[in-house]
Write a protein that binds this ligand. Structure first.
Ligand code: GDP
Length: 283
């Protein structure tokens, strides 16, 4: 399956982000803990040159804990600071605050050289769609402050949200689109819902997902949920799921397209168990 996707509003979002980057000290690069390599955007390294950086392995509650441990160790080995969290939970905010303070190395050095004391770190969250940027901002703000969903280019009038006394976070996240030449990476990003549903044939994608589960031996949660293995012809697997879920077309035929979307949604929300799509070294 070959995924091609070039959303038209990409350039506008990138430009908005380039403007916002200028006013921050630190970039919080959010990735999905289930595929931290595939969900990074290579543009971000260039965009944030000279800035401090912290990677958040988000949705860790949906990833295999051993996988997340391996990724955290891998980032250490690359000299990149990272923090593991569930952006929906306020419990992780103390740790995040500490991680941001520790990552603000260049900012501190600059302030010190200029004799500036106790200036808060200004940070910006950025990442590809669906990794949890708005959720993180909302959790920090303690209310619905950020626009959830993907509405690029809406930044106007810079607003800041405080995290403790020492961090200010821009209320608008930077959105970048996934970049991939490798079709495997395209698949992972599509499984995770970072590519518009309209751009990818959901049934074909579900078929690829079944193959992934089988190849990597991650079928347990699937079988438990649907009472069927993801093996055999994908149309048949989807038909069985559709019938079981009463997803029917007019005339009573199984609606395999809706079944495909349901399976992918179940995976994205963690209802098929905690599943990593990639591990370090397998990039
Ligand atoms: P954005 O496009 O990067 O702003 O992503 P959103 O903040 O809109 O989040 C996309 C979806 O992932 C929403 O349904 C969130 O509730 C969910 N989500 C975000 N962070 C987490 C997390 O850490 N754990 C879980 N389980 N779900 C999350």
């Amino acid at each position: 399956m070959n995924i091609q996707w070039y959303p038209g509003h990409m350039t506008k979002a990138k430009r908005a982000m380039e403007e916002n980057v200028k006013v921050v000290d630190l970039i919080i690069e959010i990735v999905d803990a289930r595929a931290p390599g595939a969900t990074r955007n290579p543009d971000l390294a260039a965009l944030g040159r000279g800035k401090d950086r912290l990677i958040i392995l988000n949705k860790a509650d949906l990833a295999e804990p051993e996988g997340t441990e391996r990724w955290a160790a891998w980032f250490v080995s690359q000299g990149i600071r990272s923090f593991v969290m569930d952006a929906r939970s306020r419990r992780d905010l103390k740790g995040l605050l500490r991680a941001i303070e520790e990552a603000s190395v260049k900012k501190k050095a600059r302030d010190q050289a200029r004799g500036i004391l106790n200036r808060p770190v200004r940070a910006m969250a950025a990442g590809i769609p669906n990794v949890g940027k708005s959720t993180l901002i909302n959790t920090i703000a303690g209310r619905t402050a950020a626009r959830t969903g993907n509405r690029p280019g809406v930044t106007k009038g810079t607003q800041w949200i405080r995290l403790g006394k020492s961090v200010e976070l821009l209320d608008t996240p930077g959105i970048l689109w996934p970049k991939f030449e490798d079709p495997e990476i395209g698949l992972m990003i599509a499984f995770l819902g970072s590519i518009g549903e309209m751009a990818v044939d959901q049934e074909e994608l579900a078929g690829e997902f079944f193959r992934f589960l089988e190849r990597t031996g991650r079928t347990e949660g699937f079988t438990e949920r649907y009472g069927t293995e993801p093996s055999g012809r994908p149309e048949e697997v989807l038909s069985r799921i559709a019938l079981k879920r009463s997803l029917l077309l007019a005339g009573g035929l199984p609606d395999t397209r809706r079944a495909a979307s349901a399976v992918l949604e179940d995976f994205r929300a963690g209802r098929l168990g905690r599943i990593c799509l990639e591990l370090p070294g397998k990039l």
